[in-house]
Design a protein around this ligand. Structure first.
Ligand code: FES
Length: 66
């Protein structure tokens, strides 16, 4: 994987409430999470104070990309 993408993935927060990075979401998808619910369960994303309002669509985008 491209090193810069790797670094950006670690720095970019997908779920701002819980501080879950894009790298963590991608890892969960790589480890077999196939749906939004599975990603949320594996990472804890979406469980913050906005209840997924700000991160749900970003997780869905990442699921589509894989
Ligand atoms: S940004 Fe993910 S729960 Fe708020």
């Amino acid at each position: 994987m491209d090193k810069n993408i790797d670094i950006m993935d670690k720095l970019t927060k997908v779920c701002i409430c819980t501080g879950i990075s894009r790298a963590t979401i991608k890892k969960a998808i790589k480890n077999g999470a196939k749906t939004l619910q599975e990603v949320q369960k594996a990472t804890g994303a979406g469980s913050g104070s906005c209840k997924g309002n700000r991160c749900t669509h970003k997780i869905e985008e990442l699921l589509k990309e894989q």
